[in-house]
Design a protein around this ligand. Structure first.
Ligand code: TXA
Ligand code: MG
Length: 333
């Protein structure tokens, strides 16, 4: 049992741990500690990308397998050339159009970056997050930040400082509070194979937007759990409660005696208590739905439910990334 003084101390620490103080964040990062950072997509668990010890701490805190590489974050296009060996013309086009923004580019890694960041791969994932606080922080630092999403491995990504505190609060030095994430779904990851663009993860930048700039892109199917193809683990973003996908009225008929939570695109279902429903966007706006998805999944996961039932959204724009996350949340292998 903890004494009253210990509990009080814990409470004070918890309160001091979340804030908007860039100098505090900077000090912790300078000394090799981890800080959670806001981005427009999801919160990241950040450490000095040039310091193998800080990077290994990220893997430890997240309980992430060492074969799953980390994205390196910087604030300026001009700094990317310090991190990669070359930038193909199409990558440069994309960078000029969409960075800062919810896009991650896989490029040939500069030897200056420790191998642990890329899990030994000769390609590194680079991103410029579009969040004023984090961009300012990156400008203050002498090094880039390695940062995966700030959730325990396999769980739902955090879209608020409180989400991070709830799950990793005791294991990290500071959470930089930048409010709710405005995109709400992770970045789109794109690389190049034999000169052709390949999308490895659908995300906050739509395929349609990318194709307008560089023409048609190939999608790499997400179905493998092969460590040689990281970023494509099938079961991911998973709540603790089983999640089933399908036509909601049909699913509701199938499970009349279960305590269910619902995730629907636009419609509410009067037969189910309001608190057990997440309506992603009553007006049918896919960007609003993306912003609401992870927080909604978390909210339902905190209730004592037997099942979460969900429906797929239109397979266009951000709907594709949302559907990808729903399918992975439903996957059991
Ligand atoms: O929006 C985002 O991308 C967020 C924010 C914090 O920037 N980050 C994020 O990181 O989603 P994470 O680690 O949760 O997901 C990154 C994915 C992983 O699936 C990883 O396997 C893949 O990117 N990845 C990272 N570096 C890679 C590399 N060098 N080669 C192949 N895949 C890579
Ligand atoms: Mg993640």
């Amino acid at each position: 049992m903890k004494t009253f003084a210990e509990l009080l101390w814990q409470e004070i620490n918890r309160e001091n741990m979340i804030g908007k103080d860039l100098q505090t964040a900077r000090q912790f990062l300078d000394q090799g500690d981890l800080v959670a950072i806001p981005t427009e997509t999801v919160y990241g668990l950040a450490g000095n990308a040039l310091d193998p010890k800080a990077v290994s701490e990220i893997f430890r805190v997240k309980n992430r397998p060492s074969f799953d590489p980390l994205i390196v974050h910087t604030s300026q296009l001009s700094r990317i050339s310090d991190l990669v060996l070359e930038i193909p013309a199409q990558a440069e086009l994309l960078a000029n159009h969409f960075m800062p923004g919810p896009l991650t580019l896989l490029l040939p890694k500069h030897p200056r970056l420790p191998d642990i960041v890329t899990a030994g791969s000769d390609r590194v994932a680079i991103r410029i997050p579009k969040h004023p606080l984090t961009m300012e922080l990156l400008d203050l630092l002498d090094f880039p930040l390695a940062a995966p999403s700030a959730n325990p491995f396999g769980y739902i990504s955090p879209t608020s400082a409180q989400h991070v505190a709830d799950q990793l609060g005791e294991r990290i030095s500071y959470i930089l509070d930048g409010g709710d994430c405005q995109v709400g779904i992770e970045s789109t990851i794109i690389g190049f194979e034999s000169g052709s663009p390949v999308v490895y993860r659908k995300g906050g930048l739509s395929i349609e937007d990318i194709e307008q700039v560089i023409g048609s892109v190939r999608m790499q199917p997400h179905s493998t759990s092969n460590p040689a193809a990281p970023g494509m683990l099938k079961s991911h973003y998973a709540p603790r409660v089983p999640l089933l996908l399908g036509n909601l009225p049909d699913l509701l008929r199938q499970y009349p005696n279960k305590r269910v939570g619902l995730i629907s695109f636009q419609e509410a279902y009067p037969a189910i208590p309001k608190g057990q429903q997440v309506v992603l966007s009553p007006s049918g706006d896919l960007a609003e739905a993306a912003r609401a998805l992870f927080a909604g999944m978390r909210r339902l996961d905190q209730l004592e439910l037997d099942l979460i039932l969900a429906e797929l959204l239109p397979e266009s724009g951000l709907g594709r990334a949302i559907n990808d996350r729903l399918k992975r949340a439903a996957a059991t292998d």
